[in-house]
Ligand binder design. Structure first.
Ligand code: HEM
Length: 389
């Protein structure tokens, strides 16, 4: 018998106090039944890794989301696929996101970050989410995706809706599901190649279909792979970074004195505050995981955010420490075949912002954030910030 966790981690409280719930789940055992969500959960670091690396027995095509309606709606995307289809699709989706391709964006992103931070320092007080964190994703990344203006303007809302739908049946996913129809209708039925920006990521998906690497029917699903996760995730990570340095001014002072710690500091932000809480897998046979039996057919949520706070892995896991020597081992981008294909871009955006802020901002003061209540994302919709040059 698996231990049961009675509290609903997808309720408002379950989201706002996520990390307390994760600790309870980890303490209960390697695999826990989420009574409110009709699913199992894995919260310890080594079990989350083991589950994600076992692609044979834990599948994504009939997993990832907690409801059949979501699985059916987005089936065929890279995220919701298994080998051999997965490798074929991922190769196409990954092309503009490989390190060398992303590196070519560095100077534009750095220029935009410099201009943004200069302007915000002049303003002194601003919103850390809407004025700062959203800027690079909304002004640059959304245009790289290449949707026409109407689609591009909706990307932020659609992204959040997609992440809500991945959760269990609740009010949040019910509301989101109504909106998801709008996104699917747009991308699956209305979007044509003539409207797409030439040379964009979406254009490259259409090209892959022309060349026969993927089928025409697969095109919209691969475009969804960009529309869903390319904005919110990085926005939330950026706001977390500002909040953490606002709360820990000595860490910011240390980073200013040692900018070479920037990459490690970014990994530590993603460890302490992982923007994606967890994604599920479907067990295709009965599996023993760390001594617990997972019945065939179960949906098991791999709680990335919980693994990144597991006291069995991390020393003082709650402490934000930019000098933590194993910060890079976090699973905030997942692990294994489905590990985040956009991680190089996400890191680059964060690096450019940090590089722009180090010489210009001596200190951040942060107010009380407004949580963004989402079934799958963890972060803020607003964060009052004041900066001192
Ligand atoms: C800080 C920012 C980000 C975080 C924390 C994040 C997190 C993740 C995680 C945890 C996964 C693994 C899913 C799984 O194992 O089921 C993933 C996959 C994915 N991410 Fe990201 N992501 C971020 C940014 C991005 C960006 C900027 C893009 C696109 C430009 C992107 C596109 C994708 C795609 C397409 C997948 C599916 C890959 C596959 O199934 O093979 N992500 N991401």
């Amino acid at each position: 018998m698996l231990p049961t966790y009675a509290d609903d981690i997808y309720s408002d409280d379950g989201i706002v106090r996520s990390y307390e719930h994760y600790r309870n789940i980890r303490d209960l055992g390697p695999v826990v039944e989420l009574a409110a969500s009709n699913a199992l959960a894995v919260g310890r670091f080594r079990d989350v890794r083991a589950l994600l690396l076992d692609h044979q027995r834990f599948r994504s095509s009939n997993g990832v989301a907690l409801t059949q309606r979501c699985i059916e709606a987005v089936t065929g995307t890279t995220l919701f696929s298994d080998p051999p289809q997965h490798q074929r699709m991922r190769k196409v989706v990954a092309r503009p996101l490989m390190p060398q391709a992303v590196e070519q964006l560095r100077s534009d992103l750095q220029d935009a970050a410099d201009v943004l931070i200069e302007r915000l320092v002049e303003r002194r007080a601003f919103d850390g989410v809407t004025d700062l964190a959203q800027h690079l994703p909304v002004s640059i990344v959304s245009s790289l995706v290449g949707l026409p203006e109407a689609g591009r303007e909706s990307m932020l809302e659609w992204g959040a809706v997609g992440f809500d739908c991945i959760g269990p049946i609740n009010d949040r996913s019910d509301r989101a599901f109504a909106k998801l129809g709008e996104l699917l209708d747009y991308v699956l039925k209305r979007l044509t190649v003539s409207e797409i920006t030439p040379g964009s990521w979406a254009a490259h998906i259409f090209d892959a279909a022309e060349q026969g690497t993927i089928t025409k029917e697969e095109v919209p699903k691969l475009i969804l792979d960009y529309v869903g996760p390319s904005l919110d995730t990085t926005i939330l990570a950026t706001a977390h970074l500002i909040d953490l340095f606002g709360q820990k001014p000595q860490q910011w002072a240390d980073l200013r004195a040692h900018p070479e710690l920037s990459s490690n500091a970014i990994e530590e932000v993603l460890r302490v505050r992982s923007p994606i809480r967890g994604f599920a897998r479907r067990a295709v046979e009965t599996v023993m995981l760390d001594g617990s039996q997972i019945p065939e057919g179960s949906l098991v949520v791999a709680l990335f955010a919980s693994a990144n706070h597991d006291e069995r892995k991390w020393l003082n896991p709650e402490t934000f420490n930019i000098r933590r020597d194993n910060a890079r081992e976090h699973v905030g981008f997942g692990v294994g075949r489905h590990t985040c294909v956009g991680q190089h871009l996400a890191r680059l955006e964060l690096q450019c912002l940090v590089k722009a802020m180090i010489p210009r901002i001596r200190r951040f003061e942060v107010g009380t954030p407004v949580p963004q209540l989402n079934n799958t994302l963890f972060g803020f919709s607003s964060l009052p910030v004041e900066v001192y040059p």
